[in-house]
Ligand binder design. Sequence first.
Ligand code: PRP
Length: 215
Amino acid sequence: MTKGITIALTKGRIEQATIDLLEQAGFDMTFMADKGRHLIFDSPDGAIRLLLVKAPDVTIYVRHGVAEVGVVGKDVLIEHPTGYLEMLDLNFGLCKFAVASTADYAPSDHKRKRIATKYPTVAKNHFAQKGEDVEIISIQGSVEIAPVIGLADAIVDIVETGSTLVANGLEIYEDICRISARIIVNKAALKNNPAVLPFIQTLEGLVGDREVAFK
Ligand code: PRP
């Protein structure tokens, strides 16, 4: 019997788009219709096992080889860059990294800025490329509060619709880079499980290699 593929899938925003893509790829995904509070799902034919996990943990499951494949945003891969092969841009889950702050932010001010973010590597690299040494304040979420209440001068965060920025009185000062969902794989699994490469090639045929821009 052919070995199935275990996929670590990021819970939340990119979950349904991934399930839809797997359906398009010919997998019967009806077993995902009534998820309840379950976190592990096996397709009845044994072709797929899905693990629903938090985004940064996708890279951990794949690195340890307990999942052959992971589906996760590029934002997470930039912060956790090792222990897997990045194979495919799925062209969904589109958003961007941006620098944002309140209307009175002065980007060209020469004082050392404090930048609040959930993405310290992205923030540090962005300002370092501009030759700016900044103080990074790492927080876990609700980052938009930081410039409003004076914890930071600006934030580096993900912008999708922009509504969280607007709702908190912030505006974008700089775009940093495009983000989208990616397929990552465990290197050994790519060699040892003959189902993995054809699986990725099937997905590649569906999403194409065209880079979709995020405005
Ligand atoms: C992300 C991000 C922004 C928001 C952007 O947060 O950190 O807060 O989404 O989306 P928008 O541009 O569509 O408003 P998330 O929902 O992941 O929650 P968090 O506060 O826990 O980071």
